[in-house]
Unconditional design. Structure first.
Length: 217
């Protein structure tokens, strides 16, 4: 496994978000919650772009399947479906296939369906919304492992993501090592604060001036 993936897997979205703030980088996306399981997911990104079916020739393969076959164990498949059409670009069979491939989870800027089925597989899906409506005749795949936009963040194949109950946080591949270095320091400080609070120290002592300045460069 990529050592950066292993390191990212030990961090939550807030620590990585704070590291981005410290380094004056962007990458946080909110408003795309988990719709299955309660797991945090993280890994390298495989991207999929989907658009409105405007009559162009349809791909010969079911949408999402190319990404699953391209994914390595631990990867996260990230889909852009920003057409505004209420149609799912991910469903139960894709969740099962991705889980069997070892994919960490899926992030969708758009609707998903078969949430109960994916939950039964223990497979984690983050999505902007859920629906029962099929993509057939509504949505087509226009690219796999191409640049996409999630929220207001540009995401490229091979970037990194961590997603949990707070947010999605994307990190550019070229920034990952310095972001991880900063996030690990922040996470260590947070763990010490937790220990101090549990030991009986007053919150004003634990979360004082040092807390307020810990993200300054």
């Amino acid at each position: 496994m990529d050592d950066n993936v292993a390191r990212l897997g030990r961090l939550d979205a807030c620590a990585v978000s704070d590291a981005l703030d410290k380094l004056q980088l962007s990458g946080v996306v909110t408003g795309i919650p988990r719709v299955t399981t309660d797991k945090r997911i993280s890994g390298r990104v495989v991207t999929v772009k989907l658009e409105k079916d405007d009559g162009r020739p349809a791909a010969s393969r079911h949408l999402g399947t190319t990404a699953i076959e391209a994914a390595q164990p631990g990867d996260v498949i990230v889909l852009e479906q920003r057409s505004g059409i209420d149609a799912a670009c991910w469903g139960g069979n894709l969740s099962l296939a991705a889980q069997l491939r070892g994919v960490s989870g899926v992030v969708i800027d758009g609707p998903a369906r078969d949430a109960d089925e994916a939950s039964g597989y223990g497979f984690t899906v983050f999505a902007r919304s859920v629906t029962s409506r099929t993509a057939r005749g509504r949505i087509v795949e226009t690219g796999t492992n191409v640049p996409i936009v999630i929220g207001d963040v540009e995401v490229s194949p091979g970037d990194y993501v961590v997603a949990d109950g707070s947010a999605l946080v994307f990190v550019k591949a070229g920034d990952i090592e310095r972001v991880l270095d900063a996030a690990e320091v922040i996470a260590d400080r947070e763990r010490q604060m937790v220990a101090d609070l549990k030991s009986g120290l007053a919150p004003t002592q634990v979360m004082g001036k040092t807390y307020e300045t810990m993200l300054k460069r």
